[in-house]
Ligand binder design. Structure first.
Ligand code: HEM
Length: 530
């Protein structure tokens, strides 16, 4: 690639790329004559502690592993770029959305959620879709998933949810599966999971390729323009190749035959020059229309139906370069929902607010201290200058005699700016401190039903089969029964079809309780699977 075509991030990384040119040296640059025989007393005698090369070699190896991500441990990533179709400065002050002449380098990491770093790719799971935009105003991270809703409404439940999803604590079984008692126990006891569990049991949870996956920011965020005017926004990534899934039987066979299936597919497509592309779209809701919906915009278990607010395409992303080193780049990249740039702000979605705390907190542990933004893949292409100092693995050599603000001595401390700065949206907030969720968060079933009704007949059959397969593995019958009772609130036909396949009492027809939600296609599915 000609130098002029390379982006700012690619050029920045040049300073960090190393290739072996020999001869072999220690970390302190001393040439080594023998790396096969340790220094010993006589040919058959004990090894000497003074063999600094042997000690350094083994010590470094001993320290090669870092903690895997507490969730989304298994992933694959690539570099690329994003270009908007048009100038969006009437909506947002974000410079990277200011017109087609601005192209921004990106790194994208796709992941599964529950499995460990070495688990198989094609498991039934949510997929992460995390994008780091290296913008001229600093790094912006859109840390999304391939499903537009989430399991829980409040981040305080996240540790409980993840403990229920991960292998059970006494025997570390089952690895990377949605088929166990703890998950279904949590799901049955927390009905807000119902909408997302429908997505998880659908074919969306077994994508054929990362290249054929949609992505969603999930939460409602805010665009903020130069004058401080806000607009609610939901983000959507649409794959240009279309959205495609595996079928369950295929997915299970591939797990055995090629556990790296999705990772390999992404790598090889980019190596072949078949660069995957996505279109970024937004759903926009003016501030004054916040309460025009039957659900709450701050509830991450809800979509905004596209019939109500269409998706407006705003730009295109291409992934065209594989990383040089998996650990240095894909493993050490640190995404964070709170990495925003001027023009993009949060809302009071309680799930998002918890995420804004959690990512930095975990990365301080995972990446060994407070200087991980200096790791090459995380480093912004924007200039960095502040009074933060020291800490483990400090790479910057700060010059000057002072490191505080305000400062009348000079000595190298940065000044504040009044242009192109981050300004938080000035939202009026008042109320008493309470631990209670609003009534507007309480409907857990209408959108689950909407999702069911959007499926083709064969997709519904797959959904029923997945519920039977996964819930049928749950040994505790009372848990199966509780989940089925939640499904009745979505659709009686669905609940009966699932119940009959897993040996639990088919629920009574809620039509007698005023519901009209039974789906004829599910009766067919029931026949097909009964
Ligand atoms: C990691 C998405 C909810 C905590 C991730 C990653 C993605 C993601 C894509 C992987 C990032 C990567 O590739 O490195 C989401 C989405 C959520 C959600 C879309 C809901 C809408 C939460 C919540 C919490 C949380 C509620 C905590 C309260 C974490 C943590 C990591 C993570 C701790 C590991 C980060 C790291 O080690 O670098 N999440 N997540 N997530 N998420 Fe979430």
């Amino acid at each position: 690639m000609a130098d002029a075509e390379r982006d700012a991030k690619d050029r920045q990384l040049d300073a960090e790329r190393t290739e072996s040119r020999g001869p072999l040296t220690t970390e302190t640059g001393v040439r080594v004559e023998d790396t096969d025989n340790s220094l010993s007393v006589g040919e058959r005698g004990p090894t000497l502690l003074e063999d600094f090369h042997a000690r350094e070699k083994i010590t470094h190896f001993d320290h090669e592993r870092i903690p895997e991500r507490v969730v989304h441990a298994r992933g694959a990533g690539a570099y690329g770029h994003f270009t908007p179709y048009e100038d969006l400065s009437d909506l947002t002050a974000a410079h990277f959305l200011s017109g087609p002449d601005v192209t921004t380098p990106v790194f994208v990491r796709f992941s599964t959620v529950a499995g460990s770093r070495g688990s198989a790719d094609t498991v039934r799971d949510v997929r992460g879709f995390a994008v780091k935009f290296y913008t001229e105003q600093g790094n912006y991270d859109l840390v999304g998933n391939n499903m537009p809703v989430f399991f829980i409404q409040d981040g305080i439940k996240f540790p409980d949810f993840v403990h229920a999803v991960k292998p059970e604590p006494h025997n570390e079984i089952p690895q990377a599966q949605s088929a166990h008692d703890t998950l279904w126990d949590f799901v049955g006891l927390q009905p807000e999971t119902t909408h997302m569990i429908m997505w998880l049991m659908s074919d969306r949870a077994i994508p054929r390729s990362y290249r054929t996956m949609q992505g969603f920011g999930v939460h409602t965020f805010r665009f903020v323009d130069e004058r401080g005017r806000g607009t609610f926004v939901k983000f959507h990534w649409r794959p240009i190749l279309g959205t495609h899934s595996l079928v369950w039987d295929e997915a299970q066979r591939i797990q055995g035959k090629d556990p790296d299936y999705n990772r390999r597919d992404l790598w090889e497509a980019i190596e072949r020059g078949q660069y995957p592309e996505w279109e970024l779209g937004v759903q926009l809701v003016p501030e004054e229309n916040e309460h025009d919906f039957s659900f709450d915009l701050l509830d991450a278990t809800k979509i905004i139906p596209e019939e109500q607010v269409p998706v407006r395409p705003i730009g295109r992303m291409v992934l065209n370069r594989n990383p040089d080193n998996f650990f240095a780049e894909t493993e050490q990249i640190a995404f964070h929902t709170a990495n925003v740039v001027p023009g993009i702000d949060f809302t009071n979605d309680p799930l998002l607010q918890a995420r804004n705390f959690s990512y930095l907190d975990t990365q301080l542990l995972r990446l060994g201290g407070s200087n991980f933004q200096q790791i090459p893949v995380n480093r912004p292409v924007a200039r960095v200058d502040n009074n933060q100092r020291d800490g483990f693995a400090q790479h910057r050599v700060h010059r000057g005699g002072t490191s505080y603000y305000p400062n009348s001595l000079g000595g190298g401390c940065p000044a504040l700016a009044d242009e192109n700065v981050y300004r938080h949206y000035t939202e009026k907030v008042e109320g008493n401190k309470i631990r209670r969720r609003a009534e507007s968060f309480k409907d857990h079933y209408s959108q689950a039903r909407l999702f069911l009704n959007s499926l083709a007949d064969w997709e519904r059959e797959h959904l029923v089969a997945a519920f039977r397969f996964e819930l049928g593995k749950c040994e505790e019958l009372s848990i199966r029964q509780r989940v089925v009772a939640n499904l009745v609130e979505v659709d009686h036909g669905l609940a009966v079809a699932v119940a009959e396949g897993i040996g639990v009492e088919p629920p009574e027809d809620p039509g007698t309780r005023g519901h009209e939600n039974s789906s004829p296609a599910l009766s067919q599915a029931n026949t097909a699977f009964g």
